[in-house]
Design a protein around this ligand. Sequence first.
Ligand SMILES: Nc1ncnc2c1ncn2[C@@H]1O[C@H](COP(=O)(O)OP(=O)(O)OP(=O)(O)O)[C@@H](O)[C@H]1O
Ligand SMILES: [Mg+2]
Length: 355
Amino acid sequence: MSTIRLEGIVKRYGASVAAQIARLEIGDGEIVSLLGPSGCGKTTTLRIVAGLIEQDEGDLWFGDRLVNDVPPERRNAAMVFQNYALFPHMTVRQNIAFGLEVRKLPRREIDRRVDAVLDLVKLPGTGDRLPKQLSGGQQQRIAIARAVATEPDVLLFDEPLSNLDAKLREYMRFELRKLLETLKVTTLYVTHDQAEAMVISDRIVVMDKGAIVQLDTPHRVYRDPATRFVAEFVGTASFFEGRVESWSAADGRGVVATADGLRLVGRGGALRPGDAVVLCARPEAIELHPAGGFAAGDHAGVVEAIVDLGEMVDFHVRIGRWVVRTRTLGGPRPGGQGEAVAVRIDPERCYVVPA
Ligand SMILES: Nc1ncnc2c1ncn2[C@@H]1O[C@H](COP(=O)(O)OP(=O)(O)OP(=O)(O)O)[C@@H](O)[C@H]1O
Ligand SMILES: [Mg+2]
């Protein structure tokens, strides 16, 4: 096992910067995801760690070993790709054994490890099949087994589940998390799927335009997004732009006033009265009540749209010039389309970030 440390890493293509990681440290046995939209530099960063791309600037450390000039095959890192990258003409057993034969392990040890990793990914007895005789999900598990068999210090994943259908992808997230917990190998995991990152990771690195925007636990990334971009990318949120009216540094909360006269309470970091801010309200922060049931602090709203998703119902509600989104479980509805409602917003689930 090994920690991974990136310091002042920069990778450019011509004039454009593909990745710039000022500092990132992944603990021993920790599972960290790189999460962000297409083109934000996730694969570039991962490939720099793997040694498949050379950085223009900065240092990369595995534990206390500076690996800048260490070739990929000597970094003891194993990578799992989106397209599985299995050898089609080799059996499952031969695929998994390949990396072990390259390392010249004794035959008996190779056989032992192949059987062990096939058990680990819950595909015992498939050793003699060709990859094409397995489903996509099974092929991906073989690719994972092949990576794990070399007993790497570091595991690297690049969107390993994105070729699977939605149902299988959701199932595999949990399976993979369980597997990684058993292995306790330091893992860097690339995905653009926020739900996947939430399930898989101990900590999430949210990236935008090549750089880290936030590095935090899944819970904190969701609850205390550093910027509007993070709030928008991870989960759903409604936004109110305004200025801080009053702020208590001690409580980390205060009042935001919008130009059209709404006053909303939220939590946040170090802010001061007059700061231009955005208040991000999660769907679960917003409760709808029949228009007759107004309480102090409620806002007058009108239901603009209702989207029935079966297990949940999505509401788009207009409050003055703002449209917010909230959800209820199936069951009685607080108002139909076009109806007036009382909107109650829970300050605990609103986070205020600089505009
Ligand atoms: N070989 C290359 N030559 C020129 N530009 C490149 C090259 N590889 C990547 N880039 C650019 O670097 C940026 C980051 O690319 P990267 O592949 O790291 O993104 P990503 O976050 O993995 O995106 P995706 O989710 O689409 O896989 C992009 O703007 C991309 O166009
Ligand atoms: Mg990529």
